[in-house]
Ligand binder design. Structure first.
Ligand code: UD1
Length: 347
């Protein structure tokens, strides 16, 4: 056994795809554990199938629950497998509960952890993702940073050994799939905005979620909204009435999402990944949050943080200046650099 990759949510499946392919080419044995954090076919199996990510070797089928319960169940399940398999290294991605559980289990067993997308910070500890990132970065043996600013942040926190700038594996991925995007099978208005909202801080209170949908209702264009199960459930629970311009659709695959992003007038989101994709594709983005981990995208007003309706009306009129500086996220060779680090850990 050489490397164990731990994934559990939609963005982790896509991020892991190219790294996994590259490990295979380098003849490094990889064992993939799916925690089961995302279990809906639309967020899990369909994403695997769409990008062509290999079947996981095991699915722990943990599912949803409170953060403590979900993470605790993962720790128990992962510990057993890591003890049995004794890998040389464990790879985790980003800031999810699956990444936290993976890093913590491995660190306690003295197995080196390689963290991809390290050093990102929103400086808002009310977000579960921020807590996860901080802990994972401080446990990891190798921290692969998507930007130089992320690396600097780790250095400020006293992490310099094993911290490197690799660039963003999501940028490699978009380069790989840009010419293979898929138009979703829907009837599209000529002009539309694309919206995705799923973070706890935006969906968990009736007041906030109602406010978001009332803002979306005032956009003055149709809004295509692939809805995350979490947001769908809250909409129903809070009995929020949808404005007429919103076209709710089921979650789409990665390649369909790229098509939607490329054809949208503007993108509205609270997802970290979607903000970056909008920037790399040169589509203006409005982020419904108070802060962003990806401050690089704010340059030239390609991305704007929207915290009030007034802000939104202003933001809708802004035309970004210059071109997005894609090189801030590396040169599309992040996967190669990450895998070179994995090789050092397993040899
Ligand atoms: C998780 C990540 C987030 C990432 C997102 C991508 C954490 C803390 N958060 O958020 O960083 O951006 O994935 O989508 O790990 N649900 C379903 N079906 C599913 C999965 C979830 O219905 O397949 C519903 C459940 O009601 C659940 C809620 O969504 O309670 C939230 O799921 P959770 O696993 O907590 O995280 P996400 O919000 O998806």
């Amino acid at each position: 056994m050489e490397v164990v990759t731990i994934v559990g949510t939609r963005p982790e499946f896509t991020k892991a795809y190219l790294v996994s392919q590259s490990l295979k080419k380098k003849k490094i044995e990889e064992y993939v554990i799916h925690t089961g954090q995302h279990y809906d076919n639309k967020l899990s199996r369909d994403i695997f199938n769409d990008v062509g990510f290999r079947e996981p070797d095991i699915n722990l089928n943990i599912g949803s629950g409170t953060h403590g319960w979900q993470t605790g169940k993962m720790l128990i399940g992962l510990e057993k497998i890591l003890i049995e398999n004794k890998p040389d290294a464990v790879i985790v991605y980003g800031d999810t509960n699956s990444a936290l559980a993976g890093a913590l289990t491995a660190a306690k067993l003295n197995i080196p952890v390689l963290h991809i997308e390290a050093g990102a910070r929103s400086f808002n500890k009310e977000m579960p993702e921020e807590i996860n990132r901080i802990i994972v970065d401080h446990l990891a043996t190798i921290n692969c940073c998507a930007t130089k600013r992320n690396l600097l942040q780790l250095n400020k926190e006293g992490i310099s050994i094993g911290a490197i700038f690799t660039g963003d594996v999501m940028l490699d991925l978009i380069e790989n799939f840009k010419d293979r995007v898929l138009m979703p099978r829907l009837v599209f208005p000529k002009s539309f905005f694309l919206a995705t909202i799923h973070r706890a801080e935006n969906t968990d209170s009736n007041e906030r979620l109602s406010e978001i949908f009332s803002w979306l209702g005032k956009i003055g264009d149709r809004v295509v909204f692939p809805i995350h199960p979490r947001t769908k459930e809250k909409l129903k629970r809070f009995k929020i009435k949808l404005p007429e311009n919103i076209i709710l659709i089921s979650p789409v695959s990665y390649r369909e999402m790229l098509w939607l992003e490329m054809h949208a007038q503007k993108i509205i989101t609270d997802s970290g990944g979607v903000q970056k994709e909008a920037y790399w594709l040169g589509v203006p983005c409005l982020t419904f949050r108070r802060e962003t981990e990806w401050t690089e995208t704010l340059k030239g007003e390609w991305n704007q943080l929207i915290t009030s309706e007034e802000h939104l009306q202003k933001g809708l009129k802004i035309k970004p200046k210059g071109k997005p500086d894609v090189a801030l996220f590396g040169n599309g060779k992040a996967v190669q650099k990450v895998v070179a680090e994995v090789i050092k850990l397993v040899k």
